[in-house]
Design a protein around this ligand. Structure first.
Ligand code: FAD
Length: 328
């Protein structure tokens, strides 16, 4: 019997989708008799009650809540100590699953080091092989190669899963909700304090978790040129992204950059507008489910990864798309 633990992550009081994906990833690798707990770190403001209840309905066997005002802001030492507290309450030799988010990426190696566990980062897929080992698939060399990595059977491990690669766990309203247990926590003396978090202005939809992305490149030609892309993204309920070419040209913020040195995204629909398709850009988006490319150069490399290609001027194609969508 193995204990699996998903570390749930919230943003603005809402459970992040990647946490449900991590639950599904863990469930997909569990054997009969294995147990799955979700750990929720919260700031004791009552806001996260709904989150704990949601976790209890999404295929977990138990929800562990570590509650302290200091957990309202991410501080590595404090959050790590809270997870270790949860580990003591569950099973230190458990298999841990986190989202490959900024916080997950920071916490996972710390947790693995403290637990003496093996670590796998940025898993795209996970499945239990015939020999009982869980085999993880990871991208190497900016996505040009895939690696399969297995951990020893029943050895402790810490895994981060790339957002948008696993179908999220769904709520089972017919099932009995998992019990929610609070674990007392006395925070350690931290050497790091987060004094303030200044939010970068960005769209309503988080780029890393967006199901639809409208991305612009140097072909968009100016920051004003991004406005129709933003309009199209808003109509589709998606987010705006960009190539490094567009960011370097000052058309948009580097927070929007997708690619080898930017964000890695795997939306259901990626619309590349005026992006040539350099290998460094493809590294961040080529695993999108459906790719639509709009480019006036029929030989642009982006068409080699596109499911649908539109050879044309984006300043004509995008307004036509907006008109069509607005009319439906
Ligand atoms: P361009 O290559 O200039 O392409 C512009 C495209 O727009 C052209 O295909 C053109 O035909 C088309 N176009 C022009 N006008 C129109 C119009 N009116 N309608 C339709 N199409 C039009 N790049 C990234 O994106 N992300 C990264 O993370 C990244 N990391 C890098 C890391 C390293 C180490 C290096 C060396 C490079 C990296 N790059 C990255 C840069 C990458 O090599 C390319 O330079 C960059 O992706 C090009 O951006 P682009 O496609 O917007 O511009």
């Amino acid at each position: 019997m193995s204990q699996h633990i998903v570390v749930a992550e919230c943003r603005d009081g809402q459970l992040r989708r990647v946490s449900l994906e991590a639950i599904a990833a863990a469930r997909g690798c569990m054997k009969d008799g294995d147990r799955l707990a979700a750990v929720l770190l919260r700031a004791g403001d009552g806001e996260a009650d709904a989150v704990a209840e949601a976790l209890a309905q999404h295929g977990t066997d138990e929800v562990i809540v570590v509650d302290h005002p200091i957990l309202g802001r991410y501080a590595p030492e404090v959050h790590l100590a809270a997870l270790l507290e949860a580990a003591r309450a569950l099973a230190p030799e458990a298999r841990w699953w986190l989202g490959h988010t900024a916080i997950g990426r920071d916490l996972a190696p710390r947790l693995a080091a403290r637990l003496g566990a093996g670590q796998v980062s940025d898993a795209l897929a996970a499945a239990r092989g015939a020999d009982g080992r869980i085999v993880f698939t990871r991208a190497l060399h900016a996505g040009k190669a895939l690696e399969r990595r297995a951990l020893l059977v029943d050895a402790p491990s810490v895994v981060t899963v790339r957002p948008n690669n696993f179908a999220p766990a769904v709520a089972d309203s017919g099932a009995t909700a998992a019990p929610i247990r609070s674990v007392p926590f006395t925070p350690p003396q931290s050497r790091i304090f987060v004094r303030d978090i200044v939010r970068r202005a960005s769209g309503a939809v988080d780029l890393a978790e967006a199901r639809i992305i409208v991305a612009g490149g140097r072909g968009v030609k100016s920051s004003a040129g991004f406005k129709p892309l933003a309009e199209l993204a808003a109509l589709l309920g998606g987010a705006v992204g960009a190539s490094r070419g567009a960011c370097d040209a000052g058309y948009c913020d580097y927070a929007l950059q997708i690619g080898q040195t930017g964000k890695t995204v795997t939306p259901d629909l990626y619309i590349a507008c005026g992006i040539s398709g350099a290998v460094q850009h493809l590294a961040g988006m080529s695993r999108s489910r459906v790719i639509v490319a709009i480019n006036k150069d029929p030989d642009a490399p982006i068409f080699s990864v596109a499911d649908y290609g539109i050879v044309g001027d984006l300043f004509e194609v995008i307004p036509a798309l907006i008109k069509e969508l607005a009319a439906t």
